[in-house]
Design a protein around this ligand. Sequence first.
Ligand SMILES: [Zn+2]
Ligand SMILES: [Zn+2]
Length: 83
Amino acid sequence: MSENFYCEYCGQKFRTVSDLTSNVCSRHPAGSGKGKHKLYEGGEKSEYTCKYCGQKFRTLADLTFNRCVRHPDGADKRHSPAL
Ligand SMILES: [Zn+2]
Ligand SMILES: [Zn+2]
């Protein structure tokens, strides 16, 4: 059985957690390339919900691509997936 691991910030898929956490993330909240990917601990789902606004997306990449108008740090920040 093959399990995949996804970044919470950009939705990129990795085969191992160590791969994920050793690479820089283009959608890191501190800025593009300013930090490493972060493991999304919610696992693989058929649908992902933003924890701030409730909007639903088919993939984490779609979710993290868009700005969230209800983000507590400002509307220029991206949606963040609920677990
Ligand atoms: Zn990432
Ligand atoms: Zn949102």
